[in-house]
Design a protein around this ligand. Structure first.
Ligand code: SF4
Length: 416
């Protein structure tokens, strides 16, 4: 039985080939452990992705093709599905990943749809089992899962540098129990129940990546690295024994001096923080459970510890007016993070705002299957998709551009 696992091209990203998607590589490793021989076709960043896929299907003649897809990947994956069925309608198509988990019934056109953990579901998905929707119980002990099969892709295609060192992505846990209005999967047990790998296993994976490929830098692909302070401290105490450098996302309210200094001592050079908004009202109504003061405090703690602070903010969150956006700009100018990423609010299925548009007073018009719904879809001209009752999509994009210009100028001038 031939299985082809496909990583879609992700042409909506401004910088392709930063990190390989780990989910499908976990599936690949699991299938191999169970005696199957899947191959991975990595279309990330490939301009001729349709042609490459067409040729691969004709030459490899797979019995099954497995796709992974986030919501913005859908247009590309649907094109690939059509190509595949045109070549041979008997090929069984399987889809898993984030969109399949949170909105499985929208993917009825695939033969099998995997809801939740792809690794454990993969045996049923790539077999003659006739169920269309496959949902296996949540795997509580993540240490039982084999490490992602990075051998299955060409890692040289990917590059992300942290302080001049090529970095690998790695996850220490899955899931986050908070329910921020703009964050996907809040109702799915696969995304809202934190499951931690043992710190020892995380370190083992880093050591393997170091020995096998020479990685000395790592980026944690966690929801929030510091969901559990005890866990984070344990991991830091192990990391202190190495000379790796790393970056991780943290929640501002869960960061304190002790943790920040331990993170620094164990190699953390940068954190990414969901500051989201400079408006206390917006943070509260979006359920972020932080305040601008909490974010400022975290910014100061990082500066004292010597960790760079990268702020993520979002223009056009629910209930955010022009005045609220000005508060975000003010927060950024006053706190001067080391770097800033300003997004435009884009509601995705299974985020509280998308599921309850009336409550959050948003209007949203976009067909996920027609074009990639991502504000960065066209890097030359960012797009908005949502009206939050105060701001139209175009206004959000304009506010974002002006804010980015001002902040970038301020960041450049800070050392002058
Ligand atoms: S934004 Fe962060 S804290 Fe909020 S739900 Fe998502 S992962 Fe959790």
């Amino acid at each position: 039985m031939k299985i082809l696992l496909v990583i879609p091209p992700a042409f909506y990203m401004t910088s392709d080939r930063v990190f390989p998607p780990l989910g499908i590589l976990y599936v690949c490793a699991w299938l191999k452990k169970k005696g199957k021989h899947p191959e991975v076709l990595d279309l990330t960043g490939e301009k001729e992705w349709k042609e490459i896929f067409r040729k691969a299907v004709k030459i490899k003649k797979p019995d099954f093709i497995g796709f992974t897809a986030t919501t913005p990947d859908l247009p590309a994956v649907i094109s690939l599905l059509k190509i595949c069925k045109k070549i041979n309608s008997d090929i069984k198509t399987v889809i898993g990943g984030a969109h399949a988990t949170v909105d499985p019934y929208s993917l009825y056109m695939f033969d099998k749809i995997v809801i939740g953990d792809g690794f454990s579901a993969s045996q049923k998905a790539f077999s003659d089992d006739s169920s269309k929707f496959i949902k296996e119980p949540l795997i509580k002990d993540l240490d039982k899962i084999p490490l992602p099969d990075r051998e299955a892709v060409n890692l040289n295609k990917y590059s992300y540098y942290l302080d001049g060192k090529k970095a690998a992505n790695i996850m220490s846990h899955l899931g986050c129990p908070f329910s921020c209005a703009f964050c996907c999967g809040r109702k799915s047990e696969y995304y809202n129940k934190p499951r931690f790998r043992s710190p020892k296993k995380v370190l083992e994976e880093m050591d393997t990546l170091n020995k096998k490929y020479g990685y000395e830098a790592f980026v944690f692909y966690d929801d929030e690295f510091n969901l559990s302070k005890n866990y984070a401290l344990k991991l830091c105490s192990l990391l202190k024994k190495r000379k790796y450098i790393w970056r991780a996302p943290v929640r501002a309210d869960l960061l304190d001096e002790k943790l920040a200094f331990e993170m620094k001592k164990s190699g953390c050079v940068e954190v990414t923080v969901g500051v989201e908004s400079g408006s206390e009202k917006v943070l509260k109504l979006c359920g972020k459970k932080t305040t601008p003061e909490i974010n400022s405090r975290a910014r100061k703690i990082c500066a004292q510890a010597g960790i760079r602070f990268k702020a993520f903010t979002v223009v056009g969150l629910p209930f955010s007016s022009f005045e609220d956006e000005k508060l975000t700009e003010k927060w950024l100018l006053e706190n001067l993070p080391d770097s800033v990423d300003i997004n435009v609010n884009t509601p995705y299925p299974s985020s509280p705002e998308y599921e309850n548009k009336r409550k959050y007073k948003i209007k949203f018009k976009a067909d996920y299957f027609k074009k990639p719904v991502s504000y960065k879809y066209d890097p030359k001209k960012y797009s908005g998709f949502c009206d939050n009752s105060y701001l139209s999509p175009d206004e959000m994009v304009k506010i974002r551009s002006k804010m980015a210009e001002k902040i970038n100028r301020a960041l450049k001038n800070r050392f002058k």
